[in-house]
Design a binder for this molecule. Structure first.
Ligand SMILES: C[S@@+](CC[C@H](N)C(=O)[O-])C[C@H]1O[C@@H](n2cnc3c(N)ncnc32)[C@H](O)[C@@H]1O
Length: 283
């Protein structure tokens, strides 16, 4: 397991314990052992950052942390070793990115997995409208339940499918597209920029690989209609380490051959992207 929060989390089996009450624990007492799905605690040294990032939504964040550490572990969405570090590696790491998102923005989170960062942003920022895009049925089932249990159905919707399936359909463009640990920057830009409005942005949580990825994929991003990728650090002085992201503005629309063909198909009566999308989501 890497220490880079933007790297994919390992998953594995575990037992279940009903969520316990929200509480903090001295950092010295934090268990280094993998969790088998028990109550999760907010370490003392993270209380201030969590309070700043979540404000009066901290109890809701704690409820989501419990859900990840219990159901998320049991259902293999979060590795058992992640449970003791859910607050720092996952919730705070993701919530720090909220500082880049304008008030009232429409956010599309691509490859949400167990809801990272999309659900965290929805918890921290009730002003946002958030769409979670995730192709795997097991994960969207968890996301649907999490949205329901956290009472976020007014601001969060779950869409099952691959990001590229939504690009050509009647999908409302996003102000910000987020993604963490989903794909290398060139592929990610190809999937995510078409989901953003022109002038909107991709915010990719990339961790330590950010500068190298920018250097490697700058030209590909340009060909995809993106501006120069910028590496930013979020939560400086609040989370340790700060969350490293690559931000790319969608500067222009690139209409691919695939898009042109999908638009022609969609224009024909009784066919089109919606029909295809419904088929793709089934099963
Ligand atoms: C390593 S997981 C990361 C999950 C979450 N973002 C996190 O940080 O914990 C990658 C996720 O991306 C999803 N994914 C892979 N390809 C995708 C695509 N083309 N469109 C949308 N999601 C995709 C996978 O199903 C998986 O849930």
């Amino acid at each position: 397991m890497t220490n880079d929060p933007a790297a994919p989390a390992a998953s594995g089996p575990g037992g279940v314990t009903p969520p316990g009450p929200y509480q903090s624990v001295p950092s010295a007492e934090r268990s280094p052992r993998p969790s088998t799905g028990g109550p999760v605690t907010l370490p003392d040294d993270l209380v201030e950052a969590a309070g700043t990032l979540f404000g009066d939504r901290l109890p809701l964040a704690a409820a989501y942390a419990e859900l990840l550490a219990t159901e998320g572990v049991v259902r293999g969405l979060i590795g058992p070793r992640e449970a003791p570090r859910i607050w720092d590696r996952h919730l705070l790491n993701c919530a720090a990115v909220a500082e880049l998102i304008p008030t009232g923005a429409r956010v599309v989170d691509v490859g949400s997995g167990a809801g990272l960062p999309g659900l965290v942003l929805a918890v921290a920022r009730p002003d946002l409208s958030v769409v979670l895009v995730e192709p795997l049925a097991r994960r969207t089932a968890f996301l649907d339940e999490a949205v329901d249990r956290l009472g976020l159905d007014g601001t969060v919707t779950v869409q099952r499918g691959r990001a590229e399936e939504f690009a050509d359909a009647d999908f409302s463009p996003a102000d910000v597209v987020t993604a963490r640990a989903v794909a290398p920057l060139d592929r990610l830009a190809g999937w995510c920029l078409p989901l953003a409005a022109v002038g909107g942005r991709l915010v990719a949580l990339k961790g330590n690989s950010a500068p190298d990825e920018v250097a490697e994929h700058r030209d590909a991003v340009d060909r995809l209609g993106g501006g120069a990728p910028v590496v930013r650090h979020c939560g400086v002085g609040l989370v340790d380490p700060p969350t490293t992201v690559v931000e790319i503005v969608r500067e222009r629309e690139i209409v691919s051959a695939r898009s042109r063909s999908a638009r022609r198909t969609a224009a024909r009566p009784g066919s089109g992207a919606n029909a295809g999308r419904k088929r793709a989501r089934r099963g």
